[in-house]
Write a protein that binds this ligand. Sequence first.
Ligand code: PLP
Length: 409
Amino acid sequence: MALVNEHYLKLPGNYLFSDIAKKINTFKVTHPGKRLIRLGIGDVTRPLPQACITAMHKAVDEMSKAETFHGYGPEQGYDFLIEAILKNDFASRGISLSPTEIFINDGAKSDTGNIGEVLRWDNSMGVTDPIYPVYIDSNVMCGRSGELGEDGKWSNVTYLPCTAENHFIPQIPDRRIDIIYLCYPNNPTGTTLTKAELKKWVDYALANDTLIFFDAAYEAYIREDDVPHSIYEIKGAKRCAIEFRSFSKTAGFTGVRCGYTVVPKELTAATLDGERVSVNKLWNRRQCTKFNGTSYITQRGAEAIYTAEGKAQVKATIDYYMENARIMREGLQSAGFKVYGGVNAPYIWLKTPDNTGSWRFFEQLLYEVNVVGTPGVGFGPSGEGYLRLTAFGEREDCIEAMRRIRMWI
Ligand SMILES: *Cc1c(COP(=O)(O)O)cnc(C)c1O
């Protein structure tokens, strides 16, 4: 008899987005002919940069001839991509990393979900709340999160609330935690930490021997000077942080699948006996055993993001989304809503009026103005009373949604 991993059974039955899909379907059946505007999508909509398309076509042609064919590549990724990353994402910001500290992957979800494998199941963990659900759910699966309580919180997870009351700046815990997940610019709130605020976390981690998992999937959306693009801009971070990057939101790679993880050589974790072990070594071992690399074609496509044309095309797309964000942010503000985010991230975090519950406000928007958002509570208990809107839609839809909302108020 094969026994199941019963931790999986603790995961709440429905994923947020399938609940939303059901509600949308009900609406469509009962209101045929109404045009819905979807501002809830967490997926990009603009096509790939032309530079990536050209590079991928070329790579496909190489695969067609025995002389230039590529089979298995290095599990850690090809040097051409790693070199482009080191030069453009780090050296340009004064961060020096070595090629063996970069692990190319098939997207940040895989690695943010898998990284916990190299750590004991009984580490304590903390997350900012609300949060990208992968961080907690992947820990539930190995038993690290504990049990789900009535309040929607897992018993072994420390929640660090981020709300309007604390200006979305999580308070440094008053005790030590083994692993902390930070995501900046943040999904879902669209807010950021300044360099000084992030430094407090690095200092906490160094003082408490805490490991920080830093998700920088939205780094390319940063507009303001004082917002760090990488946690390694902060002194000492190489000794306490792993950083996750993704080409998904940067360059429209959500369907192509490519990202990378930085595991500095200086980073160590302890055995029960107190011996220090290189996390880079463990992660390399894990990847070599369970991962056979991202496709050559994909990595050639990713490399092209760093060419002059690639950079210009990526910038144009991000400018498009960020203009959407501006239109939505200003539109909602002028309609009297309190909104956060949308300045260094493609997400707008809207406070519901009169403390309306997230799901109730979601349904009001759906039924009264036919606009779809994402209920904030779906991202964690502190998301209650908020709704997330994304800037990944069409310009015309953003404008029309704001028109409908203004007329409704
Ligand atoms: C979209 C997103 C990612 C990227 O996931 P991929 O697997 O690279 O597509 C990672 N973290 C957060 C917070 C995200 O929103």
